[in-house]
Design a protein around this ligand. Structure first.
Ligand code: GLC
Length: 665
């Protein structure tokens, strides 16, 4: 390969970019071109001009579905069911592959503890244990067991790393944090994605401790290559290489490109900066071996996805595998389990399917586009079921509030202010929606609030005045049907919060796994870790979610009072369905290390299980404790220290049965 041919393989452009036409035959990857016919046409043009006939790798953002759109990842995380994430990713891969896409820029696995950041919508929330489980599941779903199969695409764990910790929750902002926080909170989902075999990662826009992730050797080489033994390739985010000029660590695209590739970045997205490296190599400022290493990684991926064996896509396949009934049914089932019942005073829910006149009101009552959420691939509003349509499929709906017996209000945020470049300084409902809600409550009629949003909203007034509240996120193609299934009781809601819901934005950052204070928050003591003008704690805690039935926890048991470092013990409890209808409970397991050589978080999730229970049924749920779950990051690496550990098995991060055990040497 010539140097220019090598550098072309390390460049990803959009077919609409001005420099693209001159690069056809050289450029190695194209983003945003979709469709079997469209990608085949571009592939033919490329192979006709490429001296070595190296095929193009087509990439696209298939984040939560391609044409069948699933709940946004934050909603998917609310199911606490990695198998559902894997199923959704597999269906998305099947549909995307039939459209000529071989590489998805997903899963997005950024931990987010700040809901002002719009991209909290795209990940699995605030917890590294839940986030790691979902990350691995998505990689398995996207990639399957054979990357060249017609239902597989190359995955891309993004955005590496710590993008969710942007200062102030302002997208693209700088990130500074300790190595311990990086290792314990923000890296585990990436490590899980690498261990699950992701073929690629995407470098984040942000700087981490003053070095942009795009050229951060600690991330790209020390950790990713040397520790985790990652053998795939890393692509920058959109123009991330040239943006290092704005980060202030390069004066020219050439310098930026050299710093990036030297640190371990393999491909530049949406800019031609890597083409300038030819001069760097010829001037002796960049060893060609560094270029060769990146090219090998990219070509290895192209071989793995089967591009050299068959660079084209069967143009007859898409019709048979896209937006099928089976895919829609899966989307509906996942959406049903993504909803969280936050309040249900007087058992207002489930609603009767007849005998009552229901009004469905609010800006999102009949919105199809918003139901898709941000990053909705090639999903089409006209192929999406709105709340109004879903409810109408069950019962008659009155448009006039006056004649209604009860009201369903669909409020929240439009999808345009969720996702990328959608940071918000307020998490309240917009004034007009708040006024509408207050007028509905003033009517004296029973009101059910359905919240459509890509982040937790500070719905404190609603929490006090509205009888029933369902957090519905953005649920995708079958969202309206799934919401009706829950509102009318066809499905008993089972979702639990993957993020903390603040009372007010002033509390942010607020998350359950916080470090202790020397003066723990105490409402009766002024001089403690709290605000003078706001009650202590969140509106709704991490892991919280109600059901139409009741679950009781009892009989906590430990298999032993202690364990040695290389031993293990089991912790279990009985869960009983104390209500009169079947339901599924997400049982959670937390630990705390009350005394260590450093402060440890007050609680950390280390296990969860969904358990289905018939009325009156009792099941014992068991978790295994090993040394790995007890470790923390120290200046000597991962370390477990002997001593007492507290444990909880419960329904959320606040309630539950508590026990303890001794970790011995
Ligand atoms: C965007 C996003 C990234 C996406 C890429 C390509 O700016 O940050 O998540 O994959 O560009 O669309």
């Amino acid at each position: 390969m010539t140097l220019e041919e090598k550098l072309g393989q390390l460049t990803q452009l959009g077919a609409g970019q001005p420099e693209f036409s001159a690069a056809v035959g050289l450029v190695g990857s194209v983003l945003y071109t979709t469709g079997a016919a469209e990608t085949n046409e571009l592939q033919r043009a490329t192979l006709a001009k490429s001296r070595l006939e190296i095929p193009i790798l087509f990439g696209f953002d298939v984040i939560h579905g391609y044409r069948t759109i699933f709940p946004i990842p934050l909603a998917m995380a609310s199911t606490w069911d990695p198998a559902l994430g894997e199923l959704a990713a597999h269906i998305a891969a099947t549909e995307a592959r039939a459209a000529g896409i071989r590489w998805t820029f997903a899963p997005m696995v950024d931990i987010a503890r700040d809901p002002r950041w719009g991209r909290i919508a795209e990940g699995a929330g605030e917890d590294p244990f839940l986030g790691a489980a979902m990350a691995a599941a998505y990689v398995r779903g996207f990639q399957g067991n054979d990357l060249s199969a017609p239902d597989s695409v190359l995955a891309c764990a993004k955005h590496y790393a710590a993008y969710g910790a942007a200062e102030g929750g302002r997208d693209y902002g700088p990130v500074e944090m300790s190595e311990a926080t990086l290792r314990e909170v923000y890296l585990p989902p990436f490590h899980a994605a690498v261990d699950a075999g992701t073929g690629t990662l995407m470098a984040a826009f942000n700087s981490l401790n003053r070095v942009p992730a795009t050229a951060n050797r600690h991330l790209l080489d020390d950790i990713l290559r040397r520790e985790w033994k990652f053998r795939g390739f890393v692509v920058s985010d959109y123009a991330g290489v040239t943006e290092m000029i704005d980060h202030g660590i390069a004066a020219t695209p050439q310098e930026a490109a050299r710093k990036a590739i030297t640190a371990g970045l393999d491909m530049a997205m949406w800019d031609n900066s890597f083409a300038t490296l030819a001069q760097e190599v010829r001037a002796g400022r960049l060893p060609e071996s560094v270029v060769d290493q990146a090219v090998r990684r990219v070509l290895r991926a192209k071989f793995r996805v089967g591009l050299f064996a068959d660079p084209y896509t069967d143009e007859t396949r898409a019709a048979a595998v896209t937006l099928t009934k089976e895919h829609r049914d899966a989307a509906r089932r996942i959406a049903q389990r993504s909803m969280i019942l936050l309040k249900n005073e007087g058992a207002l829910l489930p609603l009767p399917k007849s005998g009552k006149t229901i009004a469905v009101v609010g800006p999102f009552a009949d919105s199809k586009a918003d139901m898709l959420g941000p990053w909705s691939g090639s999903g089409k509003p006209e192929e999406t079921v709105s709340v109004m349509e879903g409810i109408r499929s069950v019962t008659a709906v009155s448009q006039a509030m006056e004649s209604a017996d009860l009201i369903v209000a669909v409020l929240g945020e439009e999808r345009e202010i969720s996702g990328e470049a959608a940071s918000r300084a307020s998490l309240d409902l917009p004034d007009d929606q708040q006024r509408l809600l207050q007028s509905l409550i003033a009517s004296g009629k029973p009101v059910v609030l359905v919240v459509m949003s890509g982040r937790p909203l500070t719905i404190s007034w609603a929490a006090e005045h509205v009888a029933a509240i369902v957090q519905a996120w953005f649920l995708g193609s079958e969202g309206g049907n799934a919401i009706a299934d829950v509102l009318f009781g066809t499905i008993n809601p089972s979702g639990k919060l993957p993020v903390t819901v603040p009372r007010t934005v002033g509390q942010v950052p607020i998350y359950y796994a916080h470090l202790p204070s020397g003066r723990p928050a105490n409402p009766g003591d002024k001089y403690t870790n709290k605000y003078a003008d706001t009650p202590i704690g969140p509106l709704y805690p991490f892991g919280f979610g109600l059901s139409y039935t009741r679950f009781e926890y009892s009989n906590l048991k430990l298999s032993a009072p202690s364990m040695t470092m290389n031993d293990r013990l089991t912790v279990s409890a009985e869960i009983r369905n104390a209500g009169n209808r079947a339901g599924e409970e997400i049982v959670q397991f937390y630990i705390n290390d009350p005394v260590a050589s450093v402060s440890r978080p007050v609680k950390e999730l280390k296990g969860f299980q969904r358990v289905a229970l018939a009325p009156g049924e009792v099941k014992r749920v068991e978790f295994t404790v090993t040394r790995q779950q007890l470790e923390f990051w120290s200046d000597r690496g991962w370390l477990a220290e002997p001593g007492r550990f507290n444990i909880w098995i419960g329904p959320n991060s606040v309630d539950g049965l508590q026990g303890s055990f001794e970790l011995l040497h």
